[in-house]
Design a protein around this ligand. Structure first.
Ligand SMILES: Nc1nc2c(ncn2[C@@H]2O[C@H](COP(=O)(O)OP(=O)(O)OP(=O)(O)O)[C@@H](O)[C@H]2O)c(=O)[nH]1
Ligand SMILES: [Mg+2]
Length: 316
């Protein structure tokens, strides 16, 4: 990605700022887009749907604007407490922002109207909020001929009030300049909400827990996709010549059998998750880290609000 080019701004002289929610179905690439725009991982992204569980803010500074993106959980309708919590996170994000960017995938089995139908209730949520909305058609790197996008763009342009429709590849960085320009134009004049060197307002202990969850999803996401939660238990400076941080975190699962999967034969799986997440935490904190992971069973935590609170999810 040519990271600098979309930060150039439009040179209008006025400073603009605002909050922008990234919404859409699970797995369309919202978190990948957030990280590409911010320039580092603030929200974990994996190939498994329903990775993001809470609202996560990432700050992007361009020449004459500051855009605070709010990544949200993929919107889907299911009954479990965890799903209801995630949907509420996305809904309330829409209510709190100046502008909504809705992501859809450019490729996929369903074309045009069929895709739009599946998104119709998300479109209704946005319409109810009366917030201005930009459509970002993501994953264009997977589309061979660009005219294949036309039916999809045509179907979304009918009857919807998108201010702009921008084809992008969050992964490759294509179209991000066009997208940020479209957003900048629609934001009100306003101040810098965050200092320039602040990329997220997420506390480090939450980011750490998410980086551990990411490495666990990568390895055992197929076996326990929705049953896993991670909470940082302690985070402290350790003595040493150079900065050195000691972190302990708990991985919660719902059943004993899942605990076995996560720990693996002779503890091999947990060790792998531990060393991979330690490396990504070290990159994020820019210092040496001692990471201690434990696995606990919190029966059926994802089914009730009390269970969610028990593993660290609180309503904001
Ligand atoms: N080819 C391609 N893949 C992408 C692109 N953007 C995202 N992906 C992939 O799509 C998958 C899902 O990405 P995420 O960013 O986690 O999607 P999400 O919308 O945040 O998903 P949830 O948090 O589950 O709602 C990952 O495997 C990404 O690498 C893109 O522009 N092109
Ligand atoms: Mg996500």
């Amino acid at each position: 990605m040519s990271s600098n080019d979309f930060r150039d701004g439009q040179g209008t002289g006025e400073f603009r700022s605002g909050f922008v929610a990234l919404v859409g179905r699970p797995n369309v690439g919202k978190s990948t887009l957030m990280n590409s725009l911010v320039g580092q991982t603030v929200s974990i992204a994996t190939r498994r749907p329903q990775t993001t569980r809470t609202r996560i803010r990432g700050v992007v500074n361009i020449e004459n604007a500051q855009i605070v993106f709010v990544d949200t959980p993929g919107m889907h309708e299911k009954e479990k407490a965890l799903n209801r919590f995630m949907l509420e996170e996305a809904r309330s994000a829409i209510g709190d922002v100046d502008l909504v960017v809705m992501l859809v995938e450019a490729h996929g089995k369903a074309k045009g109207d069929a895709v739009k139908d599946e998104d119709s209730w998300i479109l209704e949520e946005i319409a109810k909020s009366a917030k201005p909305c930009v459509l970002a058609v993501n994953k264009i790197d997977r589309v061979k001929k660009k005219d294949e996008l036309l039916p999809l763009l045509a179907s979304y342009s009918q009857g919807e009030n998108f201010k702009e429709m921008v084809p992008i590849s969050a992964l490759k960085g294509d179209g991000l300049k066009e997208l940020t320009r479209a957003i900048e134009k629609l934001l009100p004049q306003g101040p810098k909400f965050f200092p320039e060197d602040m990329v997220t307002d997420q506390p480090e202990r939450l980011l750490v827990a998410e980086l551990v969850r990411e490495q666990a999803i990568v390895r055992v996401g197929q076996e326990l996709p929705y049953s896993l939660a991670v909470e940082t238990e302690s985070f402290k400076d350790l003595p040493g010549k150079s900065p050195f941080v000691g972190i302990s975190a708990v991985l919660y699962v719902e059943r004993d059998s899942q605990k076995g999967i996560l720990i693996g034969k002779k503890g091999k799986m947990l060790k792998e998750i531990g060393s991979a997440s330690r490396r990504s935490i070290e990159r994020m904190l820019n210092c040496r880290v001692h990471l201690d992971l434990r696995v606990k069973v919190a029966r059926k935590w994802s089914q009730t609000m009390g269970g969610l609170r028990r593993v660290g999810y609180e309503k904001k």
